[in-house]
Design a protein around this ligand. Sequence first.
Ligand code: PLP
Length: 470
Amino acid sequence: MEYQQRLQTQITNRDKAKAYIKNKSFDTIATHGVYDLNEALANQGSVIEPVFMSTAQGFSHADELQAALAYEIPSWSYTRIHNPTLYYLESTLALLESYDCGVEAGCCVTSSGMSAITTVTDALLADSPHANFVSSSQIYGGSFQQFSIRQAQKNRQVRWVAPDAPMQSWAAQIDENTRFIYIEVPSNPGLAMCDIEMLAGLAHANNIPLIVDATLATPALIRPFQFGADIVIHSLSKIIAASGSVIGGAIIAKENITARFLPDDVSANFCQHLKLLPNRDNGACLSPMQAFLVLSELRTLRMRVDAFSQNTLKVAQFLQGHPKVEQVLYPGLLDYPQYQLAQKYFELVDSAKNSLHNQPEKRYGHLLSFRVKDGVQAAKQVINNLRLIFCATDLGRVKTIATIPAISTHQQQGDKGRQLANIPDNLIRLSVGAENADDIIQDLDQALGNHNNCNNNHHGNIDVLQRPHR
Ligand SMILES: Cc1ncc(COP(=O)(O)O)c(C=O)c1O
């Protein structure tokens, strides 16, 4: 039939496009993805991936409709199930996350980072009345609530382990009902690291998958598949789409994840399973417009991560020497408690290839946290004094943003939960953006109330009284 011929050509062209781009550098993949000339010619020659706003796909024949809904032929049918713009984004994310890892991967994008986490964890915990899972205790506040409250409502037990706990402590939490190990690397807001390689080994010894939320690292810095992880989660709402107009999430799973409790065809292509079945039924799809915005920002991910990371290191070094600051947490600082682990995992992708002497560049990301002396009131005062830096419950932005996790992102987990997650009340989380580092430093310096320490006084002091009321 005519449609079969058409689809066969599409499959062949798409396979060729993927095989071609797969061997290119990270920046090239991020820029082009799988959208090549053949794909463009099928889209009126459009150089940039089009946004398919149509809710549904029209079919040429009843048999084509039937085969599409039986998932027997490539199709997108209905945007809650799939959509061409989502295909471009998912293919690019899968290629970037598996870049230089020697694995094949699939991707399923979702309506938010939280829906990505829920989609994965629900799918792995389904079908068992007594399922439990082991998680690092230092994770984003929303994930903490999802695990400790929502999963508990479904009779599923989270078993917390400190990220730096020895292997025996992790192993002791695993039994025959354990479905996965979950970590966040580095963690929000404490910047804690977990040993991905060690935990992947432990997970696989128990025939269960290791899931890594690598939102803060992005594939430009850490690609957990390189160290054996099975599933990677991203909130696309963060530095991947730094301009701040997207809420989205992504699940990227390698082929044949280790999961003794899943049927072979599900573990073979876990993301396709999530996309075509649970996510279709739960309805947490990403809008094509949001997918288009993510694609547009993804092209410059590595350069942005590089620039933000360099800025963040300068700001971290400034804060470290500030008399009003009790402690700075940033993986790039020599006194960072898990410095060795940070050295093992952080590296700017393709930096050795791009450097004159083939030396890899260490970059540590855009997030740091610092503790202000004199407690929470002093920390609040610093936030109130900020003039350039926004106070907001957000991160990964092109604009520098500060918050106090204990009263914002991690407020709802309560004192006990924050103790478990190691989030003191006087901790300020700072997401460093694209401004000139000197200007960020100057704002922090005046907010901390110590102008003598300012590295850059050529702008003159900012009159705190003139700042807009917050
Ligand atoms: C590490 C991490 N994972 C997941 C999420 C949730 O993402 P979203 O806000 O897109 O639902 C966040 C949000 O801050 C996060 O920081």
